[in-house]
Design a protein around this ligand. Structure first.
Ligand SMILES: Cc1cc2nc3c(=O)[nH]c(=O)nc-3n(C[C@H](O)[C@H](O)[C@H](O)COP(=O)(O)OP(=O)(O)OC[C@H]3O[C@@H](n4cnc5c(N)ncnc54)[C@H](O)[C@@H]3O)c2cc1C
Length: 399
């Protein structure tokens, strides 16, 4: 089992253990078994339960305490790979569709947050500034391509960016479709809604073995019980590679801090998300209760003890970077944490049925993993309901 996060992830601390779920202690039959109880499993279970399917969810950890609890949950349509570069990698049509799906996902997630009464759900703006002057022309190209697709965004010149980020003298791209949420609370709220619709959620139950028997799957848990399901959806996050023959992701370590709560938000605009063009990138957002979250400084390894040893140093560097950008905004770090994080070659996730085993994999990787999971939940739901969904081809295995 990977050590997916350590330190004090803010949303986990804030919510504690809002709901308890039992372990699976008996045999069970269902239409769909979802393996993984993070935000991806929750979005998938919710989409299926809404469509009237009978779902059972199992997770080897406590619900939501994989990478979901560590997430800073900026909800952006922008993919880690800019549209103009993605077009070269996967073709203009697929790249454009991936970006437009991102816009739909942000709006869809906002609607879900409102429906379930979860933190935020409001609209944010997202400002990406050029980390170097040489990145400015890329941002201009990006603005033009996105505008041609009908995505609302505008180029801000250096003086305008400085009005938002006083420590920066570079251009930026302002997007008007973005949001932020509490990913851990949203996961629990989705599972509560799934249970109200008759679904069952179990945690501390690992899946050990999956076999096909006729048209059903027989799934054995570590507690020795059998789940018989017509379909299995793997929402196993960054631990999924072990089940796949094709190498699909690279794992990294990433760091985040949450500042102390300020009465007036510390003059910070809670509806503004900030990130940059450098890779790995620094990013920051406010919370609805007056804190600032800052993340980044990724390292290209997953060794947990090596990752954790760097935590204090990374937290200090994140705080220092923030103060360089906002010299007059008071900030004192209160919580610091680190986590595992997965990326793909083209910046797109894998949201597809494995042609060999027939298992569905919804693997929302990259900086906007949560929006990808929303898209994946819909592609998978359509697949199980026998509806055509051409978007699946964009995120297929073997691409
Ligand atoms: C510090 C940090 C900041 C981030 N910031 C953002 C952000 O701003 N915006 C964004 O969109 N994304 C962000 N991400 C990424 C985002 O958090 C992930 O995309 C998301 O949490 C993935 O959710 P998941 O449900 O797929 O994975 P997880 O939450 O890891 O859930 C997978 C679950 O599967 C279970 N599992 C695995 N194998 C088995 C098995 N054999 N049997 C039973 N259960 C199993 C695990 O126990 C786990 O709970 C960030 C990630 C980190 C670490």
């Amino acid at each position: 089992m990977l050590d997916l996060s350590s330190g004090l992830p803010y949303f986990w601390i804030r919510n504690g253990l809002p709901f308890d779920y039992p372990a699976l202690e008996h045999a069970v039959r269902c239409e769909v078994l979802i393996v993984g109880g993070g935000i991806t499993g929750a979005l998938c279970a919710h989409a299926l339960a809404e469509a009237g399917l009978e779902v059972v969810v199992v997770d080897r950890r406590t619900i939501g305490t994989g990478s979901t609890a560590a997430s800073t949950a900026l909800l952006q349509y922008e993919i880690d790979v800019p549209l103009h570069e993605l077009s070269e990698q996967v073709g203009e049509r697929n790249a454009a569709r991936a970006y437009l799906l991102g816009v739909e996902a942000v709006e869809g997630l906002r609607a879900l947050c409102r429906e379930l009464g979860v933190d935020a759900g409001g609209r944010c703006r997202s400002l990406q500034f050029a980390s170097k002057r040489s990145h400015e022309s890329g941002l201009r190209k990006e603005q033009q391509m996105r505008s041609e697709l009908g995505i609302a965004c505008e180029m801000l010149e250096r003086e305008e960016v400085a009005r938002f980020i006083p420590g920066i003298r570079a251009c930026g791209l302002m997007s008007h479709t973005a949001a932020a949420t509490d990913p851990y609370a949203l996961t629990h709220a989705l599972f509560q809604a799934v249970q109200r619709r008759g679904g069952a959620v179990y945690d501390r139950t690992a899946i050990r073995n999956i076999e096909k028997e006729g048209s059903a799957y027989l799934v054995r848990t570590d507690r020795g019980h059998l789940v018989r399901a017509r379909h299995v959806v793997m929402c196993t996050g960054y631990e999924s590679q072990a089940h796949l023959s094709e190498p699909v992701m690279k794992l990294h370590s990433t760091y985040a801090i949450a500042g102390e709560r300020k009465h007036d938000g510390g003059a910070w605009d809670a509806d503004l998300l900030i990130w940059e063009t450098a890779r790995p990138y620094l990013y920051m957002r406010g919370t609805s209760n007056g804190r600032v979250l800052i993340g980044g400084l990724d390292e290209p390894f997953v060794d947990a003890s090596r990752r954790d040893r760097l935590l204090q140093r990374k937290a200090t560097r994140l705080e220092r970077r923030f103060q360089q950008l906002f010299p007059t905004v008071p900030f004192s770090g209160e919580y610091a944490w680190c986590g595992t994080f997965g990326t793909t070659q083209d910046g797109l996730p894998y949201l597809d049925q494995d042609p060999g085993s027939g298992l569905w994999y919804i693997l929302g990787m990259g900086g906007n993993g949560i929006t990808f999971s929303w898209i994946g939940a819909r592609i998978m739901r359509d697949g199980l309901l026998g509806r055509r969904n051409a978007d699946r081809l964009i995120f297929r295995f073997g691409r």
